[in-house]
Design a protein around this ligand. Structure first.
Ligand code: ZN
Length: 87
Protein backbone atom coordinates (compact mmCIF):
# COMPACT_ATOMS: atom_id res chain seq x y z
CA UNK A 1 0.00 0.00 0.00
CA UNK A 2 1.14 3.55 -0.64
CA UNK A 3 1.65 6.15 2.04
CA UNK A 4 -0.01 9.57 2.02
CA UNK A 5 2.13 12.31 0.54
CA UNK A 6 1.98 14.34 3.76
CA UNK A 7 0.84 13.88 7.32
CA UNK A 8 -2.33 15.61 8.48
CA UNK A 9 -3.29 17.45 11.63
CA UNK A 10 -5.73 15.60 13.87
CA UNK A 11 -8.65 17.78 12.72
CA UNK A 12 -7.79 17.25 9.05
CA UNK A 13 -7.31 13.55 9.64
CA UNK A 14 -10.73 13.19 11.25
CA UNK A 15 -12.42 15.11 8.44
CA UNK A 16 -10.72 12.97 5.82
CA UNK A 17 -11.61 9.75 7.64
CA UNK A 18 -15.28 10.67 7.88
CA UNK A 19 -15.42 11.55 4.19
CA UNK A 20 -13.60 8.39 3.25
CA UNK A 21 -15.77 6.12 5.39
CA UNK A 22 -18.91 7.72 3.94
CA UNK A 23 -17.71 6.77 0.48
CA UNK A 24 -16.28 3.39 1.52
CA UNK A 25 -18.22 2.11 4.53
CA UNK A 26 -16.30 -1.14 4.62
CA UNK A 27 -12.90 0.52 4.54
CA UNK A 28 -10.27 -0.01 7.18
CA UNK A 29 -8.14 3.01 8.07
CA UNK A 30 -4.83 2.64 9.88
CA UNK A 31 -3.04 5.60 11.42
CA UNK A 32 0.62 6.14 10.65
CA UNK A 33 3.05 8.30 12.60
CA UNK A 34 6.74 9.00 12.95
CA UNK A 35 8.17 7.27 16.02
CA UNK A 36 9.66 9.74 18.51
CA UNK A 37 12.09 7.06 19.65
CA UNK A 38 13.70 5.66 16.53
CA UNK A 39 12.34 7.95 13.81
CA UNK A 40 10.81 5.13 11.80
CA UNK A 41 7.38 5.38 10.28
CA UNK A 42 5.05 3.16 12.24
CA UNK A 43 1.53 1.97 11.45
CA UNK A 44 -1.14 1.13 14.00
CA UNK A 45 -2.59 -2.36 13.73
CA UNK A 46 -5.96 -1.17 15.04
CA UNK A 47 -8.30 -0.10 12.23
CA UNK A 48 -10.58 2.95 12.40
CA UNK A 49 -9.22 4.23 15.69
CA UNK A 50 -7.21 7.33 16.60
CA UNK A 51 -5.48 7.51 19.96
CA UNK A 52 -4.56 11.00 21.13
CA UNK A 53 -2.84 9.67 24.24
CA UNK A 54 -0.10 8.11 22.19
CA UNK A 55 1.07 5.12 20.26
CA UNK A 56 3.60 2.48 21.12
CA UNK A 57 5.97 1.50 18.34
CA UNK A 58 6.21 -2.25 18.71
CA UNK A 59 9.61 -2.42 17.03
CA UNK A 60 11.40 -0.21 19.58
CA UNK A 61 8.94 0.15 22.48
CA UNK A 62 8.85 3.97 22.40
CA UNK A 63 5.64 5.86 23.08
CA UNK A 64 4.95 8.68 20.62
CA UNK A 65 2.43 11.51 20.88
CA UNK A 66 2.06 12.54 17.26
CA UNK A 67 0.66 15.92 16.27
CA UNK A 68 0.54 14.94 12.62
CA UNK A 69 -0.80 11.67 11.34
CA UNK A 70 -0.65 9.76 8.14
CA UNK A 71 -3.27 7.25 7.22
CA UNK A 72 -3.37 4.07 5.22
CA UNK A 73 -6.68 2.99 3.75
CA UNK A 74 -7.76 -0.47 2.75
CA UNK A 75 -11.08 -1.71 1.49
CA UNK A 76 -12.32 -5.22 1.00
CA UNK A 77 -10.13 -7.26 -1.33
CA UNK A 78 -7.22 -5.49 0.37
CA UNK A 79 -7.04 -2.88 -2.37
CA UNK A 80 -5.72 0.57 -1.62
CA UNK A 81 -8.12 3.17 -2.90
CA UNK A 82 -6.97 6.59 -1.87
CA UNK A 83 -5.17 8.87 0.50
CA UNK A 84 -5.74 12.34 1.86
CA UNK A 85 -3.87 15.28 0.51
CA UNK A 86 -2.92 18.27 2.60
CA UNK A 87 -3.68 21.18 0.33
ZN1 ZN B 1 10.36 3.38 17.18
Amino acid sequence: MQEPDQDLSFVDLLAWCFRFLDAHPDALLFVKWTCEGCGDRATSNEPNAIHLLGYEHAACGSISHPKKFGVVAAISRARTVGFPSNN
